[in-house]
Design a protein around this ligand. Structure first.
Ligand SMILES: [Zn+2]
Ligand SMILES: [Zn+2]
Length: 858
């Protein structure tokens, strides 16, 4: 053991262990007899950098993984990378000043892979520095053929089960990204638009309709009213004429129409919103597609053909006002659906797309079999499942994604879905090894690719060995994830696991909140509240950041990043380091019979183990950390160590060895309890004590050791003596003449002798106490106003009287003072009596404690 530095050098310690740890101790053992604990870790998008939000999420996972390992589980903490998707494509387009269609598909894909590989290297560095116990033997990247073969296999199997199909169906479409998106990728935001009142020609005169989207006029396929609306009964079943475009549409009735909105007439277009889709389906209306894939108006829009949605809206509104068709306008607050990625308003287009069937009831039932932490988060999944109207659109018109393994026969249009044995493949590069049913070998490859959630929704299956291992390890034990992706990642994973293997994906799902800026707002560079994990590594170290994650709040809640928590964490580390530095040369693991104070400490330590274990089982990391801090700070440092210092510094003997062993046990146990939270500091302490790694040690087991009441009493006596000296203005080590301790228990005195630096006698039973009046204290504020110029003499006379006589007169209700032969009657409150406490004739101060009475000789 080299000399322990006074200041805890977090940088040196953390960097040393990052370099020297053998990460293979974290590998999952497929052959192990231990119970398995597989974590379905989130595979992040490897774009940009590992941020504080990631750090919070990964700390939670690491706390669980390290704890479970110490509890004897065969833990898998895999790490995946969800590579595919729009964010990377958009980044590549920006960095290279291209659009996806300006370079060959393979070249574009290569650029995306390169960018992703670079980001993965950065993530690796941050994750290593944070001290995460990731199982790198189970790393996966969804863009690699080893992974996307699984995604493609899942596609083929679900297609064969009839759970995936291709159909022309309205889909949410982002005109800027040029792709279909799933309902879960649509964000809503309120905007102010204009409600336009227009006239449509009817058989006799005209009707009035209000709309916020006049550019959809050429997509109008019907006009609807509420069947209860008495004003418009005569129009139902008739037709009206669409202005400008001059064609007739039927007037239908539907109970969903709100008679109080606008004029009570509503225009049904294909498609303005989801309600239009519902009406279109229920009333079997024709399709008039006005907006194309790039967000421009189609041929049926006549003079407006080729204009963007915004241009067309402006132009058509102007024209209709000029013609008097629009006769009134008013502002309208509206919820608008936006693309999650680029915030462009989405359109609803009818397109040939691939869909996954959604069985909302089955998903909800499966979710009930999973433990949700915290429990109320399941409601979010249920609500989402209940809002499902369409199946999950899984085809995307992009490039950097898993290819859909499908071809179409050019001659007979038959769909050819790849055989599982042919996978992985890209139909754009591979021709099918068979001919079409019609005999043709002329195929058109599917250009669309899969939604990236198709990759990540089989993460649980994949880490559990699907589809190749015979001993599939499903369900996995834990899914940790943010609440922002319950309706996507959690929902889709349950759906896919149930569809493919008929099981739930996990036993439990642990929901973490978001990391917020110090100001309580979402962290963002523009708000200037953005902190990078590396900043904290530099200033306070990874253990401090990890402590913030543990103690900042309980799982499920959003947690603001706070420098003051980081500072508190550093201070605690320094405190623990000081305890270690003091103890290291004095302590030892030896056979010893613990003294009363030792048994008090071991009892407290056992309670700490019980409460820390209970909190860890409930994923209450903040509770665990708080309990450890309270113990180390108050119980161990402020009380126990002060009590046993004399023994530790004293001559060898059973009492010294008991203290050495107890303090060793306490430090070793704290190092273990803190190992999930502060892996570096814990390792430094534990390794110094034992020569072994704390990360292969077992979690401490509660032994049922009770707190020794005699030891507890001694601790309380010591605290009372400390307060006594402080009140008297004495130094803590200054000696007292003598201390007598009375208690029903026989208390050991050696620790009290040491801590009070005074002789101590311990006796059973109660002390005999005598209260004796010692002096009279005249009260000028009573005497002065009443006796004016005699006051001074009265005070002198009172002071000279026998305190015993004054005390008994006070009790009788009147004090008689003799002054120059005259007796003056003075009220009892004119004097107080100072009482002296005596025990066996000696003056003492009394400290009354619950379990003992302490007399201090004066
Ligand atoms: Zn978009
Ligand atoms: Zn064919």
């Amino acid at each position: 053991m080299s000399e322990v530095s006074k200041e805890y050098n977090f940088r040196q310690v953390e960097e040393k262990w990052v370099q020297s740890w053998d990460s293979s101790i974290y590998y999952f053992d497929w052959e192990s007899e231990k119970p398995q604990y597989i974590i379905d870790t989130p595979p992040p998008y490897p774009t940009g950098n590992f941020h504080i939000g990631n750090a919070l999420n990964w700390c939670y996972i690491d706390f669980v993984a390290r704890y479970k390992r110490m509890q004897g589980y065969n833990v898998m903490f895999p790490q995946g990378w969800d590579c595919h998707g729009l964010p990377t494509e958009v980044k590549v387009e920006q960095l290279n000043h291209i659009t996806k269609n300006q370079v060959p598909r393979e070249e574009f894909r290569r650029l995306c892979e390169k960018l992703t590989d670079e980001a993965i290297v950065r993530f690796h560095q941050s994750m290593g520095r944070l001290g995460l116990s990731i199982d790198w033997s189970n790393e996966y990247a969804t863009m690699k053929p080893e992974y996307y073969v699984k995604t493609q296999t899942s596609f083929v199997r679900m297609y064969e089960k009839g759970l995936i199909y291709r159909e022309e169906h309205p889909v949410n479409w982002c005109p800027r990204c040029g792709t279909a998106i799933a309902l879960a990728e649509v964000e809503y935001d309120s905007r102010t638009s204009t409600l336009n009142y227009m006239r449509f020609l009817a058989e006799d005169g005209h009707i009035e309709i209000a709309t916020s989207r006049p550019e959809l006029l050429p997509a109008c396929v019907a006009v609807a009213v509420n069947p209860e609306d008495a004003r418009y009964q005569k129009y139902i079943g008739k037709t009206v004429r669409v202005p400008i475009f001059d064609y007739d549409v039927p007037v239908i009735s539907d109970p969903v129409v709100d008679a109080n909105f606008g004029t009570g007439f509503v225009m049904i277009c294909t498609f303005g919103d989801k309600q239009d889709v519902r009406w279109w389906m229920e009333h079997h209306l024709p399709l008039r597609q006005t907006i194309d894939r790039s967000g421009r108006l189609t041929d049926i829009s006549g003079p407006y053909r080729g204009l963007s949605v915004d241009e067309a809206k402006k132009k058509i509104t102007e024209d209709m006002r000029d013609l008097g068709i629009i006769f009134k306008q008013e502002p309208l607050e509206q919820n608008v659906g936006l693309c999650w990625r680029c915030k462009t308003p989405i359109e609803i287009l009818s397109e040939q797309q691939w869909f996954v069937r959604i069985n909302a009831e089955e998903i909800k039932k499966t979710a009930e079999d999973i433990e949700w932490i915290p429990p109320h988060m399941r409601v979010r999944l249920d609500n989402w499942a209940d809002s499902m109207e369409w199946d999950w659109c899984i085809s995307r018109q992009r490039i950097f994604a898993t290819p859909i393994p499908v071809w179409y026969c050019r001659d007979c249009q038959e769909v050819l879905v790849a055989d599982e044995k042919w996978l992985p493949l890209d139909p754009n590069q591979t021709r099918p090894p068979v001919r079409c049913k019609c005999g043709s070998d002329d195929f058109i490859p599917e250009q669309d690719v899969l939604d990236t959630w198709m990759d990540s929704s089989i993460s649980a299956l994949s880490v559990a060995g699907w589809p190749n291992r015979k001993d599939l390890r499903m369900p996995t034990q834990l899914r940790p994830q943010g609440h922002d992706i319950i309706r996507t990642w959690a929902f889709y994973t349950i759906l896919r696991t149930k569809s493919l293997e008929g099981v739930k994906p996990w036993d439990s799902i642990l929901i973490n909140g978001m990391a917020l800026g110090e100001d309580g707002h979402k962290m963002s560079k523009s708000l200037n509240n953005f902190i990078r994990p590396e900043e904290v590594f530099e200033t306070n170290g990874a253990d401090a950041l990890r402590q913030w994650a543990a103690i900042g709040g309980s799982p499920g809640n959003d947690i603001p990043f706070q420098w003051k928590e980081i500072t508190a964490a550093s201070r605690f580390q320094q405190k623990l380091w000081s305890i270690f530095r003091f103890s290291r040369p004095l302590i030892d693991k030896v056979e010893a019979n613990p003294a009363q104070v030792d048994r008090w400490l071991l009892g407290e330590l056992d309670q700490l183990v019980v409460s820390a274990t209970r909190a860890m089982e409930g994923f209450q990391f903040d509770e665990t950390m708080k309990a450890i801090r309270a113990f180390a700070w108050d119980v161990l440092a402020d009380n126990y160590i002060e009590l046993v210092k004399a023994r530790l510094y004293g001559p060898d003997g059973p009492q010294k060895r008991a203290a050495q062993n107890t303090l060793y046990t306490a430090l070793e146990t704290i190092a273990k309890l803190m190992a999930p939270f502060t892996p570096f500091l814990s390792e430094e302490i534990y390794h110094s004590l034992t020569g072994e790694s704390v990360h292969v040690a077992n979690w401490p087991k509660a032994t049922g050791t009770a707190v020794d009441p005699a030891g507890l009493a001694i601790k309380e006596i010591a605290a009372a003596l400390r307060r006594y000296k402080a009140e008297k203005g004495m130094a803590l080590n200054s000696p007292l003449t003598g201390i007598m301790v009375y208690s029903d228990m026989t208390l050991e005195t050696f620790d009290l002798v040491g801590v009070a630096n005074s002789p101590v006698e311990s006796m059973t039973g109660c002390p005999k106490i005598e209260m004796k009046p010692k002096a009279v204290k005249p009260q000028m504020k009573i005497i002065g106003p009443r006796f004016k110029d005699k006051s001074h003499k009265i005070i002198n006379a009172l002071s000279a009287m026998d305190p015993n006589i004054v005390a008994s007169q006070k009790t009788a209700g009147l004090i008689r003072v003799e002054l120059e032969g005259e007796v003056i009657e003075v009220p009892p409150e004119a004097a107080t009596i100072e009482i002296e406490t005596l025990s066996a004739g000696e003056a003492v101060d009394i400290l009354n404690l619950g379990a003992a009475t302490v007399l201090v000789r004066r």
